[in-house]
Design a protein around this ligand. Sequence first.
Ligand code: SF4
Length: 789
Amino acid sequence: MSHLGLQVLYGVLKEVPWISPERVYAPWPDLEAQLRSEGRSLATLEGGTPLKEADIVGFTLQYELSYTNILNMLDLSGIPLLAANRDRGYPLILAGGPCAYNPEPLADFFDAFLIGDGEDAVLEIADCVRAWKEEALPKAALLERLSRIEGVYVPSFFAVSYRPGGEVEQITPLRPEYPGVRRRFVADLEKAYYPTSPVVPFLKTVHDRVSVEISRGCTRGCRFCQAGYIYRPVRERSPERVFEIVEETLKNTGYEEISLLSLSTGDYGCLTPLMKGLMDRYAARKKAVSLPSMRVGSLSPEMVAEVRRVRKTGFTVAPEAGSDRLRRVINKGITEEDLLENARAVFGAGWRMIKLYYMIGLPTETMDDLQGIVDLSAQVKRQGKLSGNGGDVNVSVSSFVPKPHTPFQWEPQISLEEIVTKQRWLRPALKQKKMVMKWQEATLSWLEGVFARGDRRLSKVLLEAHRLGCRFDGWWEHFDRVKWGEAFANTGVEATFYHRRRDLNETLPWEHIDCGVKREFLLAEREASLAEAATADCREGQCTACGVCDFKEVKLRLNEPVPFDTYACEIAPEQNPESGQRIRVRFEKVGRMRFLSHLEMLTLFTRAVGRAGIPIRFSQGYHPHPKFSFATALSVGVESYAEYMDFEVDEAYSADELKSALNGVFPEGVRVLEAAAIPMKAPALSVIMERVRYRLTLPEALGAELPKQAADFLALEHAPLRREKKGKVLELDLRKELHELCVAGSTLEMVVGRGKPLEFTSAILGVPVETLKETRIEKLEVLFAQNGE
Ligand code: SF4
């Protein structure tokens, strides 16, 4: 849900009237078990469409360890896993995303891959499929037409042969007019589509915020980083366009946070003026701006001041390697002195925590470099002390996995044992200096390394792993090392074969996929790394001839620097804590909305208030919250026509305005029924609520004896209940808490004080609460104390 690329494609497709984009995610094992036991297909979220009925099913390949999930999703949909077994009656199975730059391990499963930017190509693909369907042609004709779309790779149009030693011998194009594929490229982001109306989830996702891609591509040239090569050159969006996107997206979503995305946000040409403009516009509305990827050296004092105006976000620095020498090898271009100066600035500005990211297993690494990780991290921690503010350091250590299309694509990956040994050495060494280390499990990196530089023979390993039950391999708790071992053994494939050093003359499995960067450039960069020589960022003026640009359409697109206050604007005055007014609201929560938890309702209201532009008032401090409060938390599954909330808004805002503004943005199932102004000092809802009227509709089988059971219960003098939750014991007399009870057919209507409606029903029927799962519960009315406002 948090993946911007998916939101972009979803939005692009949604704009076209004859396309219905619908989402589907890999089901968690509990849902998988349920689907299988009920013989149901995996279906889309929007329309409940079984995947088999779609025309196209597209996957985004973000991480090698999600491959078994793909097979599982196809399997759960009754779609044959192998492309060769799917005729025209099945959907076209496509994939894109960074891992598609080496699609070979998945070659047997997919009909086609899109290599590169998807905004335009996805529409061309949809057009192509539509025309093919109308003409009722065979599947081969569709593949042939797709192969003519720039960026589309059809794996079945290539044959791969292998040497006796296992290396790829040759990749042979089966159609002379289709010798390879060049990545698709959107040259000018300024004109590209942007999803300003993304799907806003009710439940919590990894990133619940407005994400604005301020630029694509990075030419810093870190030699391990695949993204730095496959997304070249740098294309920046103008600050004006960024402002437009932010404003529109905030209006459409009601999010409270804005995140500026790019591979290296700190390198964006007009970052400080942009931040100043964003802060001036949104600080009073309490919108936070976060910068996920800052570079050392790009944190100017002005920037620090801007970020601090609303709330402090975490600060992450990626030295990547422990020594200046190794950082020269990888072309990181940061010295220890830079890092420490940066840390001083960050701690000095009041941040309490710096997260440091490192890799182990980089080419030429020695134990000195590992010692460097410990020493450097300790030094960074010391800067916190020196700044006088204190400060801590978190160290994250991942393992280097050589990736295709980088200068390190020929380098070996260190063995599983070496990863474990190095992690075991680092952990206590850092602990001794009072630092906590987080690390990636060694086996996960080991498996990632197999698929990252794998070939077509791995398809059979994936099939076998899936058959053995491997799923969610990127989730440590689900990763099954034994099953993976079996999958390799059963298929006769040697995993470590893929971790080895590749000969410079060897045919690499992804050689027919052209990302634009020339092989000679990668080779030269490899040489430069061994010589510890720096390669400058071409943004600084000198093209280093990587081969990507045609200097007409495909070229660096950078913003001209502008003065700091170019986008400054008048700052809205802070709210006067003395003024303002309270409005009490009654709303309903019915239908599917009954499944939202209390926390999700809180989020729903926060977003609704943002979308409706309600002049809500905020609490003070670094984490300001909109001032509204619920009377009680409604249990999940209960429908209600009597939920109450209090809002604190600006003085001039009326209850009627609030009601119609909220109803204008609420999803179906939530609606304000009444709103009225109340005195600021009126007692809290929880204080004046006395009783609640519920209606419970029982399944017919349970309701047969209801009138008698109700009469028997009413005849009781006491009905004690003891409830234990999280160590707390509550004792109630349900009979005393029951104030009214009526029976009509299999429906119970009751007015109760303390106690849950199902507890009363369970006591009346003399059955356990668990047997009442199918009961419909409606909260009809809240009865307030006589003197309540
Ligand atoms: S071709 Fe030159 S200017 Fe273009 S990305 Fe490569 S190095 Fe930079």
